[in-house]
Design a protein around this ligand. Sequence first.
Ligand code: NCD
Length: 307
Amino acid sequence: MLPFASLTSSRQLTPDIISGLFVAIDNMATIVAEQGTSTLLQDKVVALLFFEPSSRTMLSFQSAAQRLKAGTIFAQSASTTSFEKGESLEDLIQIVNGYADIIVMRHSQPGSAEVAAQVSDAPFINAGDGGNEHPTQSIIDSYTIHKHRGRLDNLNVVFGFDSLQSRSIHSLSRLLAQYEGNRFTFTGPQELWPSSELLSELRAAGAQCDCVSEVDYRDNFDVVYVNRLQEERFADTTLFEANRRKYRITRDNIEGCDALLLDPLPRIDEIATEVDALENAVYFKQASYGVPVRMALLALLLGKINL
Ligand code: NCD
């Protein structure tokens, strides 16, 4: 059980809940390593509604469900559902409530997760609502930081390079802002710095926030978290074209930096492949944690395990 029926925002993920979740995630990782599968969710059906492109999130939710022996049903794009016929999200969610025990949804509209969670009788998980939030990714990210750095407080974190539109950056910064002593440096083109609303929210939660056009990665950072420029969310494509390869982690600029290097992926231009061999480049490992994280979430929200 979790103290909420649905997960729509990382604001819900308090340090207490995160600590409990990490134990559940470790237990799921042990199940995968030792047995491969468990019958914990054999009486459950998981609906996976993906109305925006997804590789990691969709596949790891599917893998998580299968490792726990849950059934899965899919709707993969708006064009294969009644959305094309004009059906509302509220109606669709009520229909899916009759078909599944839990709903996972990715949707292009910011705020759609909240709307869906409100009407859903079944537990609901936000797998990304436009440029707003991606709370399950923030669990993966914080789990990775904790596993490799041993703490989630007093961290000096760089976020780049599209903090305005990256839902992964929004969710992780909101999660980390709940811990003591965290300091965030947002970098990238000025037009893609976080919104003033997000900055105010993070500062109000206690995080120190700075925005800069460039950083020297050798400056005492604990974590460097980068995400591609979110091409599909640019109203002005010239802004995207002007910046797409300008901000990039390379061997040259990362040499001597021992910060943990994270990226929710997909990698487009933001990290050169030559960086992959570095010991602190853990983004592929980070992606692999998606399965135990999502196993734990499904089991908790379906009431099969406790925090
Ligand atoms: C992220 C997303 O969908 O927001 N991807 C993911 O879920 N791992 C990051 C991105 O698409 O850039």
